[in-house]
Write a protein that binds this ligand. Structure first.
Ligand code: NAP
Length: 331
């Protein structure tokens, strides 16, 4: 293992650029390789981010001996195959959310990680900023008492409305659930675990993917979660946790948390905590993953593989209620 983790990136698109920037703020990692399906795209990305090695196939990066960890930044439908290629070559994998398009794929990825004894983590970067750690601590210390209700939403109006693009294309597992709905759902999983009951409605658009969806979840404790996702309008992008003693509001954009307000419901006293990012936010996830790798860990306590499996299983159940199957799932 290198002293600093040498990273490779698969799928040099939009989010790969944000991750490359995030890596530049870390102390324990460096960007060392990039792979595209097209060598020229790979070389362009390598020039833009001063990456030493550029490859014209994902396989070549996976086989490169000097690389320790690979960030999979392809559309959802390609996560499974890309991650398996990496793990079969004994590379640790940080895979963008969702870990896979369905539970079947996700299970095979987790199985491969265990077989190869490599670290695999879903890139739910919202869990890693210091303020989210603070939220977990406040909830754990019962500052707001017992959680009774959680409200969270993530809706945005895309600039690119191309029906063939990854947001609207069912063959790329498009739709609001897998793209942004997973943020409030993962957030409720982090604080409340898995629900015992779900009600959900979705509006499918012209391409037959969910353009918006609402989710009502009930937990064994009696708590509820009211969640929403949209790729057809911008929503408040906030999250509020209501407890028996008070509430914690995570201000816009709750998926990259930098400001919260804690309210004590009996005194009506409010405390605002702000923790601006030191970097672009992706650095926290990358740093945490690199630390795990440097200490030879095979799973993350913050985003464990088992929880990713539970979340994608829940997403499958939600889609089943809507009757939504992606084209590659039919037959
Ligand atoms: N964490 C976040 O805040 C965040 C934000 C946005 C997106 N994401 C996640 O990041 C992933 C990528 O999103 P993105 O917006 O960066 O995607 P994108 O720009 O549309 O695609 C990323 C790259 O994937 C590669 N690719 C491989 N197979 C492909 C296929 N069949 N069709 C199109 N491209 C393919 C392409 O690179 P080559 O052809 O060069 O190999 C493409 O440039 C998704 O899983 C998404 O959910 C996360």
């Amino acid at each position: 293992m290198n002293e600093k983790i040498k990273w490779g990136i698969i799928g040099p698109g939009r989010i790969a650029r944000a991750f490359a920037k995030g890596l530049s703020y870390t102390s324990n990692a460096e960007l060392y390789g990039v792979a595209s399906r097209t060598l020229q795209r790979s070389k362009d990305f390598a020039n833009e981010w001063s990456v030493p090695m550029a490859f014209g196939s994902y396989q070549e990066l996976a086989e490169e001996k000097s690389i320790d960890a690979i960030y999979v930044a392809t559309p959802h439908s390609e996560h499974h195959d890309a991650a398996l290629t990496c793990m079969r070559n004994r590379k640790a994998v940080l895979c963008e959310k969702p870990l896979a398009v369905n539970a079947t794929q996700a299970f095979s990825m987790v199985q491969e990680a265990k077989k190869q004894e490599v670290l695999l983590m879903e890139g739910m970067w919202s869990r890693f900023p210091p303020l989210m750690e603070k939220v977990r601590q406040l909830v754990h210390e019962k500052v707001i008492g017992e959680i009774r209700l959680l409200q969270a939403d993530f809706g945005f109006m895309p600039k690119d409305l191309d029906p063939a693009g990854r947001l609207f294309n069912p063959s790329l597992a498009g739709g609001s659930l897998l793209d942004v709905g997973i943020y409030p759902i993962s957030f409720s999983s982090m604080l409340l675990g898995m629900p015992i009951d779900i009600e959900t409605i979705a509006t499918l658009g012209k391409t037959e993917v969910d353009e918006q969806a609402s989710y009502l979840l009930k937990y064994e404790s009696g708590a509820h979660a009211m969640l929403h996702s949209s790729i057809c309008c911008e929503t408040s992008q906030e999250a509020t946790i209501f407890g028996t003693l008070g509430s914690i509001r995570i201000h816009k954009q709750c998926w990259r948390p930098q400001k919260i307000t804690i309210t004590n419901h009996s005194t009506e006293k409010q405390e605002i905590i702000e923790m601006p990012f030191n970097g672009n936010g992706f650095n926290y996830e990358a740093e945490s993953f690199s630390d795990l790798l440097l200490s030879d860990k095979k799973d993350s306590d913050i985003m464990p593989m088992q929880e990713s499996l539970e979340i994608i299983t829940l997403l499958d159940r939600i889609r089943e209620k809507w009757g939504l199957r992606y084209p590659f799932e039919k037959n």
